[in-house]
Design a protein around this ligand. Structure first.
Ligand code: ZN
Length: 474
């Protein structure tokens, strides 16, 4: 096995020194870029400002393109995945895309995270006359909490269609760079902001020791957007109070995404976490291809196709591998985070809009035997030093609960089953891709693989196994 698998279209990062790609991110650290120079992509995406331009070719006959996908009401889908959506772009293996991802928690501080940002304003627009994006979640449109029911909460950018991708193939997605989205409010120039929400779906909610019990608390964090290595600091927190949305529904708890928070109804407390500095590790909580099993699928529980698996290691320099389930793979991103700990205990990370530069490499089914991707039926993550296997309470809940009206509601979040699944997958990885016997695999796992709790808050709980690459024979 080689660490890197080449196939048609793979160009080994040969475009990463492209001056325009570098400039794009250098500029993005200071101000928002709505699009890069390039040609508008026609079709659905034309309305969302998606552009493409060829990258300088490095070898004869090469035709690699870079796409820019801004986040706005025309380029996002809210709270669900669907194999039958119109893709924003159709790109080839080897192409790059810069994609903006917006946090679904932006309205928890309108002034810092929405105001003045045309793309984010267009997504969250909601007054009594109109709601820019009605469906938020995979639930019914007449759900009492609002259209889509909040059964799935993430603002997802995409989908991206990869030409030639078919079920049985593997899509490699390299995360080349990430950048926090700068605030567009002139009062906060050079800063980015994110919120951590101790929410009703967190592990702490029924286990608080101080009064009042069963409270939801939002802590707003500031991140310096202009430097590479940066830290987050808390600015203030506030308790959620019942909020009435512009359609007249009252939300006693955070039961629907993007509820406008009435600042007159909350009490900011600026005396929080004084002196604490949290190193940020920007990453995407949700990276996914679309599953074949159902059409409109909640974005909340992770599954074999990826989704909201919330591993903080899914950041700059990491590579994700997904089993392709539908034609074109239909890749989307969302749930951008500035920082998160393993377990994501209170229900959220520092939910902070990010922009990422990605490269897509398609591995055809016939090329997989003898490689680390053989038999892949879960999202595999690779960093410079590790391979990370993802186990879940229900490895494929859409298949397990096929036919149910809401399969996501039937998952029993359990660390026992997630741990067993992580072990089963890791054992199979060593046996099928490294030709070890079961006894060799089990010994190696026990003495060198670190298992960790990925998250306990997304319905389908996660345990990951970290395989160090330096154990492999040289
Ligand atoms: Zn999140």
């Amino acid at each position: 096995m080689s660490d890197h698998i080449c196939s048609a279209g793979c160009n080994h990062f040969s475009h990463l020194n492209d001056a325009d790609l570098q400039a794009e991110f250098a500029e993005a650290r200071h101000s928002l870029r709505s699009s890069i120079s390039g040609t508008k992509v026609s079709g659905k995406a034309g309305t969302g400002g998606v552009t493409q331009r060829p990258l300088p070719s490095k070898k004869e006959g090469e035709n690699v393109k870079h796409y820019y996908i801004p986040a706005n009401k025309d380029t996002v889908h809210w709270g669900y995945f669907s194999k039958s959506m119109d893709p924003l772009v159709k790109l080839d293996s080897g192409d790059y895309a810069t994609m903006e991802a917006v946090t679904h928690h932006s309205f928890d501080d309108y002034e810092r995270m929405i105001q003045g940002d045309a793309g984010v304003e267009s997504i969250f627009h909601w007054d009594k006359d109109s709601k820019a994006i009605d469906r938020r979640g995979a639930g019914p449109m007449d759900h009492p909490a609002g259209a889509g029911g909040g059964m799935g909460v993430h603002v997802c950018t995409g989908p991206v269609y990869v030409n030639g991708a078919e079920p049985g193939d593997v899509l490699e997605v390299r995360i080349i760079d990430t950048m926090q989205r700068p605030s567009s409010n002139p009062d906060y120039r050079g800063k980015s902001f994110g919120v951590n929400v101790a929410a009703n779906w967190g592990l702490q909610y029924h286990n608080l020791i101080t009064e009042p019990k069963q409270r939801e608390v939002i802590t707003v964090y500031e991140v310096d957007a202009t430097s590479q290595q940066t830290i987050a600091k808390a600015i203030y927190n506030y308790r959620w109070t019942p909020q009435t949305d512009p359609s007249g529904r009252v939300h006693p708890t955070i039961d629907y995404p993007g509820i406008p928070v009435n600042r007159n109804l909350i009490t900011p407390n600026y005396d929080v976490l004084k002196g604490y500095e949290i190193p940020v590790r920007p990453h995407f909580g949700m990276v996914t291809v679309a599953p074949a099993e159902a059409d409109i699928v909640s974005s909340n529980p992770p599954s074999y196709t990826g989704g909201n698996f919330d591993n903080w290691r899914t950041g700059k320099g990491a590579t994700c591998f997904f089993p392709v389930s539908v034609a074109g793979a239909m890749f989307s991103i969302g749930d951008p985070h500035a920082s998160q700990g393993d377990a994501e205990l209170c229900g959220t990370a520092i939910e902070c809009s990010l922009t990422g530069l990605f490269q897509f490499i398609l591995h055809k089914k016939a090329d997989l035997p003898g490689t680390k991707l053989y038999g892949l039926d879960y999202p595999l993550l690779e960093t410079a030093s590790e391979l990370i296997v993802h186990g879940f309470s229900s490895p494929n809940y859409l298949q397990e609960f096929a036919g149910a009206e809401d399969p996501s509601a039937l998952i029993k979040g359990s660390l026992d089953t997630a741990m067993t699944d992580a072990f089963n997958k890791t054992r199979r990885f060593f046996m099928d891709t490294r030709n070890l016997s079961e006894d060799e695999a089990i010994s190696l796992i026990s003495i060198s693989v670190d298992f960790g709790v990925t998250q306990v808050v997304d319905g389908n709980w996660g345990v990951h196994a970290i395989i160090r690459k330096d154990i492999f024979p040289k």
